[in-house]
Design a protein around this ligand. Structure first.
Ligand code: HEC
Length: 158
């Protein structure tokens, strides 16, 4: 095989594969996003790891049931979160990275998926618009944490 021929094959392969990797029109798949970007810390079913990664199953659906809760969840994904926080009586002081690089649609889809984990009630929806309005407001780690503290006091966050 000539070098030029090999290059052509490579180019064809790249063009063939490209659309599957980067197509902007693809529908966001919350379950796949969760498996690829969240499960390594929060666990495949969202159970977390006591003392290190807080559980999400059964909690995020409850938090997302109110508009303030939805805004908080989007703020965590866009800005990240740095403890200390208290979840189910357990203290967490670790670091949640920002997922700002994901699109509004992807963040909404992964949160909507997490809201279904471990819940008995129908999971509340989270829209790309919910995420977009949160993204428009700059928040540092302290601001996200203050928002969380206020929502925990008012029992929006269990
Ligand atoms: C590198 C590990 C890691 C990854 C990856 C990660 N998280 Fe987190 N997440 C954390 C940690 C640690 C916390 C708690 C931060 C703290 O201790 O202050 C947290 C907190 C959260 C919270 C807030 C929970 C609460 O009670 O306030 C949500 C919601 C969340 N993560 C969702 C996600 C989603 C969705 C993804 C995937 C897109 C994700 N996380 C990926 C480590 C991670």
């Amino acid at each position: 095989m000539t070098k030029r021929h090999g290059l052509k094959i490579m180019l064809a392969a790249l063009l063939g594969i490209g659309p599957f990797v980067t197509s902007p029109g693809r529908a966001a798949d919350g379950a796949a996003l969760y498996r690829g970007k969240c499960a390594m810390c929060h666990g495949p079913a969202g159970a977390g790891r006591p003392g290190t990664f807080p559980p999400l199953a059964g909690r995020v659906g409850q938090i997302a049931a109110s508009p303030d809760g939805k805004a908080y969840l989007a703020a965590v994904l866009v800005n990240g979160l740095h403890g200390p926080i208290t979840v189910e009586g357990q203290s967490y002081k670790d670091f949640m990275p920002s997922f700002r690089a994901l699109s509004d649609e992807d963040i909404a889809a992964v949160l909507a998926y997490v809201a279904t984990l471990g819940g008995s009630a129908p999971a509340p929806g989270i829209s790309a618009q919910d995420v977009a309005s949160v993204r428009a407001v700059t928040m540092d780690a302290a601001a996200v944490q203050a928002k969380r503290a206020a929502l925990q006091t008012s029992h929006v966050i269990p």
